[in-house]
Design a protein around this ligand. Structure first.
Ligand code: TMP
Length: 253
């Protein structure tokens, strides 16, 4: 059997050529990394959970008219996506202070921000993904002024949607990161949400207890990462409430 072609391998996912032009297969690995891969581990079942959770969020976004790269889930670890030209920026939206903004500006974690704050980080592992301003983005040609306006609008719609869905299951969306890609309809470009939306790329705190249900569990050694992600998936109805731990992946295709 012919082996499919690997297009790209990142820290948590692999992209393969898709079955039709303009498509890719996105494979979710179990690898977890933090601090630009200085810390790494393999967490049984994480890829399965993130595949399902990203499907859940992207499907919901598509349904409310926020365009994403997601086409359909293929199996436990893979989904079919549209191929995009990734804009080399990590777009972060923060509702409450945590992580790098708390460190940089000396704001206690959990402090509500006066309004959602959108930040851009230049995607470059060698530089450690530095925070950049709109001036940098436009001057260096990573995106145009129109792209920046569209990216902020997209990011805020994603924020409204995910905050609302999470609030409904007793979880506070502290912050998240998305990546955005360009697709071309003839001569016209459109921006769509790409990459993944999962507890790897969000901060999720239980509203009542403040318990961390995201990758900070791994970054800060707070407990079992797969258990935290399984809790998120169960609350969202992505896994049945009584599902066995995800480390037995045959249970959830
Ligand atoms: P930060 O507080 O470390 O800047 O992270 C902000 C949000 O972005 C948080 O939800 C985690 C997410 N994030 C990623 O998805 N990838 C990354 O490489 C980093 C640094 C953060």
């Amino acid at each position: 059997m012919a082996r499919r072609k690997k297009v790209y391998e990142g820290k948590a996912k692999i992209l393969y050529e898709g079955p039709e032009p303009g498509t890719l297969v996105q494979y979710f690995k179990d690898d977890a990394t933090a601090f630009n891969a200085e810390k790494r581990d393999v967490i049984d079942g994480k890829g399965v959970l993130n595949n399902r959770l990203s499907e859940f969020f992207m499907t919901g976004l598509n349904a409310i008219g926020v365009p994403t790269h997601f086409i359909r889930r293929i199996n436990m670890r893979e989904q079919l996506i549209r191929s995009v030209e990734i804009i080399p920026l990590e777009v972060v939206v923060r509702n409450f202070a945590a992580g790098s903004i708390s460190k940089r500006l000396g704001i206690d974690e959990g402090t509500p921000l006066p309004r959602p704050i959108v930040e851009f980080y230049y995607k470059d592992d060698d530089l450690g993904d530095p925070l950049v301003t709109e001036e940098h983005v436009i001057a260096f040609g990573w995106a145009s002024q129109q792209d920046m306006d569209d990216m902020v609008a997209l990011a805020l719609r994603v924020n409204d949607f995910i905050s609302g869905v999470m609030m409904g299951v007793g979880i506070r969306l502290i912050d998240f990161k998305i990546e955005i890609g360009r697709i071309w309809d003839n001569d016209f470009q459109r921006l769509i949400v790409a990459d993944e939306i999962s507890p790897d790329s969000c901060r999720l705190w239980d509203i009542k207890t403040g318990e961390r249900l995201d990758k900070d569990v791994f970054r800060r050694d707070l407990g079992n990462l797969a258990d935290a992600y399984t809790e998120v998936a169960r609350r969202l109805g992505v896994l049945p409430m009584n599902a066995a731990p995800i480390t037995k992946p045959t249970l959830i295709n």
